[in-house]
Design a protein around this ligand. Structure first.
Ligand SMILES: NC(=O)c1ccc[n+]([C@@H]2O[C@H](COP(=O)([O-])OP(=O)(O)OC[C@H]3O[C@@H](n4cnc5c(N)ncnc54)[C@H](OP(=O)(O)O)[C@@H]3O)[C@@H](O)[C@H]2O)c1
Length: 373
């Protein structure tokens, strides 16, 4: 695949939800490897912004903007002079969305629509929204809101009309080391000698934070507008994860929670009909005339998916070995301790958190997840 160039050194980038796991990892990448001219962090919490300012040692390219994606006026102000947007802000905990559906819809759906409106008004050139495997054939409200957001971002290419504003989506699975992942929960429960496992058959896709950010960055350089990019990533059985974290512990089967699936899907059988398969990723193309009107030509090397194809965490051909799971867990344990320190409002704790490495290169290298070449 060839990539369209983005002149990062002259670009102003904005990340909604920039203080989150993805936002901080992307910030490091953009500052250290792309040397962006200006990077705006847009989120609600002032403490998280303060901690991030310290973590990045008051980097001169960084700007912090307090705002809520539910507030269109605030987004319009923030988008002035912005060239590229990563939309990461979301409520992402399945049970939280189940019990607070109005809130999840306001942030994940109305927020997405507001980001689109503000980007079109400000003439932002490229916008990449982050989505999840839970958006594929959703059975919980979180997944349903992410599906709505995906649809909004794909359709937004036609709202932008003749303008040079393009929207695309990246959809991936569980991020190792992100806030609220199952690994910190297992690490905490290890002390009790019993780990709660929902179902012994359960499988999940896994991607590291470094792979997720690099893949997303590659996609924004490659995007034409309207695509949903899906990386090829490994699967893991939840029981294997539990055994790697606490080999001596007893696994207690607690049953699937409301809104949970046994296995996740990144490309459904229906998606597959318009999906091209590459060495390292899938590109789901939209069912839109707009696609042809925009003169889209898919990157070279893509093959249509075979009839009946589905990319599921259970049917995946790539599985993490026990040793790889152990490496991931060790890396995550260190990150988890750092995150716990960050939660403390005390300045010393925040300062000791500053400067910690965002990624563990040894683990990333071993996994070699897909990213567009
Ligand atoms: N983590 C995963 O396993 C995973 C997997 C697939 C896809 N994703 C997607 O990736 C994206 C980023 O995930 P993440 O792990 O980085 O999440 P995260 O660590 O929970 O960060 C979420 C960020 O969004 C901000 N935010 C929340 N509500 C907001 C609002 N109404 N307005 C503005 N900012 C708001 C939060 O800061 P404040 O609370 O201070 O506003 C925080 O900066 C999400 O869209 C998620 O759905 C995540």
């Amino acid at each position: 695949m060839s990539s369209m160039s983005v002149d990062w050194s002259d670009a102003c980038v904005l990340i909604t939800g920039g203080t989150g796991s993805f936002g901080r990892a992307m910030t490091r990448l953009l500052l250290e490897e792309r040397h962006v001219r200006r990077l705006v962090i847009f989120s609600r919490g002032e403490m998280k912004q303060l901690n991030m300012r310290r973590e990045f040692k008051d980097h001169p390219a960084l700007r912090f903007f307090i705002g809520d994606v539910r507030d269109l006026d605030r987004l319009r102000l923030a988008m002035r002079g912005v060239d590229v947007v990563f939309h990461a802000a979301a409520l992402k905990q399945v049970p939280v969305a189940e019990y607070n559906p109005f809130e999840a819809i306001l942030t994940n759906v109305h927020g997405a629509a507001n980001v689109i409106r503000a980007c079109i008004d400000a003439g932002v050139k490229r916008i990449m929204a982050l989505s999840s495997d839970k958006a594929t054939n959703p059975i919980n409200l979180y997944g349903a809101t992410k599906l709505c957001a995906e649809k909004l971002f794909v359709a937004a290419n036609s709202y932008a009309g003749g303008l040079d504003t393009r929207f695309a989506v990246v959809r991936y699975g569980n991020v190792v080391g992100s806030r609220g992942s199952v690994i910190p929960l297992f690490l905490e429960k290890r002390r009790t000698g019993r780990l709660p496992v929902t179902d012994e058959r359960m499988t999940r896709f896994w991607i590291t934070l470094d792979q997720a950010t690099r893949f997303t960055l590659g996609c924004i350089e490659l995007m034409h507008g309207g695509e949903i990019f899906v990386p090829k990533i490994p699967s893991m059985r939840i029981v294997d994860l539990a055994r790697a974290i606490a080999p001596g512990c007893q696994c207690e089967v607690v049953g699937i929670r409301p809104g949970e699936k046994l296995h996740e899907t990144l490309v459904s059988e229906d998606d597959a009909r318009t999906t091209l398969m590459y060495d390292n990723c899938f590109i789901i193309q939209p069912h839109h005339h707009m696609w042809d009107d925009l003169g889209y030509e898919p990157p070279n090397g893509g093959e249509p998916c075979p009839d009946g194809f589905r990319y599921g965490s259970d049917s995946n051909t790539w599985w993490l070995s026990a040793e790889q799971i152990r490496s991931l867990v060790q890396a995550d344990e260190r990150r988890y301790k750092s995150d716990a320190a960050e939660e403390q409002p005390d300045a010393e704790a925040a300062l000791s958190y500053a400067g910690r490495p965002v990624d563990e290169p040894n683990v990333e290298n071993r996994l070699e997840a897909g990213r567009p070449a």
